[in-house]
Design a protein around this ligand. Structure first.
Ligand SMILES: *Cc1c(COP(=O)(O)O)cnc(C)c1O
Length: 361
């Protein structure tokens, strides 16, 4: 069913019914959606079918739809950027679709044809190109999603699914400057367990993270740093980002062993650091190692990586009531260099040596 041809029907919103666009300085994150969406359906008999770019609209969902009860839901997050010369650029979209198919396999959902869906995405973004913001640092956030739609309450893998892509303009993440965040090291709640679904971008992971996130915010921190589920000792991720530390001129990040989401920004950072001949190690990092490095003055920098912020410098960690300052609470030179390089590639102003950028047309 994977390679079957499907025609993509296009139903356009009439010109006089296009939505009015939000003010460029009030985009926020994920509140306004573009005029069109891509959608397709799957069932065992027909495989993927009914592929269409159509007006953005509500889903037609049965209250017994299995996604609402047993949580077969996966998604992706990527962005389209408007270059200086007017081109619209996607960043490593093939990697998002490849990862989404890995999530699909983990959640017993059908795989989809990545090349065809990438083509559909490019058509969708081209059609809605006026939604790609022009203001500095802003972009069009893209959310591919797949859900189980079969109405059925017996627990098993569903036999009907819907896949869709929606898009929303988002403002510059660092509207108030590229400043570090403060992070609470969570030593009770965990995000993912060995053998679980931490490496899949599946909806339940995010619902499960809310309680710790709210508790950290109440204490005055922006995000949670997650430790491993077995020993509450090894560092896993920060919020919904991967995490890096620079200790003694070595760039460290936890290895991908099943409980960590394999971030595309993470992979890009590792590649750039290797290009720049920075020593990198993907290995377990204990919270004790961070405390020791802080005490002996070898902890230089820390930052999170993800599509939304690209690079999010960490200025302070709070672990069991004590605070660890990083780089005097300021943004470090490597975080800054990586941020500028990645944004430069994404917005088309810097050379793209790894063929990461895919023009929409
Ligand atoms: C999406 C996500 C990331 C970052 O992945 P990118 O591909 O870099 O955007 C990291 N951790 C979690 C838990 C995520 O959901």
């Amino acid at each position: 069913m994977l390679n079957q041809e499907f025609e993509i029907a296009v139903e356009k919103v009439p010109q006089d019914q296009l939505k009015s666009k939000p003010a460029q300085d009030k985009l926020g994150f994920g509140q306004f959606f573009s005029d069109h969406m891509f959608s397709m359906k799957w069932n065992r008999k027909q495989g993927w079918h009914q592929a269409a770019i159509q007006p953005y609209r509500q889903l037609d969902l049965d209250p017994a739809a299995m996604v609402l009860h047993y949580g077969q839901a996966i998604f992706e997050g990527m962005k389209a950027y408007r270059a200086e010369d007017g081109r619209i650029l996607l960043f490593r979209p093939q990697d998002n679709f490849a990862r989404m198919n890995l999530s699909a396999v983990r959640m017993c959902m059908p795989r989809f044809p990545e090349e065809r869906v990438l083509q559909a995405l490019r058509s969708l973004i081209y059609l809605d190109r006026e939604w790609v913001p022009r203001s500095e640092g802003a972009s069009l956030y893209i959310r591919p999603t797949m859900i189980a739609t079969e109405p059925m309450l017996g627990l098993r893998a569903a036999e009907e699914y819907q896949f869709f892509i929606i898009a929303c303009p988002v403002g510059a993440y660092y509207a108030e400057g590229f400043n570090p965040t403060t992070i609470y090291v969570e030593d009770q709640y965990v995000r993912a367990v060995p053998g679980g679904v931490g490496d899949a971008k599946t909806a339940g992971n995010y619902a499960a993270s809310l309680k710790a996130q709210i508790a950290a915010q109440k204490k005055g921190y922006t995000q949670v740093l997650w430790l491993d589920a077995r020993e509450h000792k090894y560092i896993e991720e920060v919020g919904t980002s991967n995490i890096f530390f620079m200790i003694n001129d070595v760039l460290l990040t936890p290895p991908l062993e099943g409980s960590i989401l394999p971030g595309i920004t993470r992979d890009s950072v590792l590649q750039l650091a290797r290009d720049w001949e920075i020593r990198v190690e993907e290995r377990p990092i204990s919270i004790d190692e961070i405390i020791t490095a802080s005490e002996n003055g070898t902890l230089q920098e820390s930052f999170g990586t993800g599509t939304a912020a690209v690079i999010a410098p960490v200025g302070e960690l709070c672990y069991k009531e004590s605070s660890i300052q990083i780089n005097q609470g300021t943004t470090g030179p490597l975080a800054k260099r990586l941020y500028e390089e990645l944004q430069g590639i994404q917005f088309g102003s810097r050379a793209d040596h790894h063929e990461w950028v895919v023009p929409v047309r």
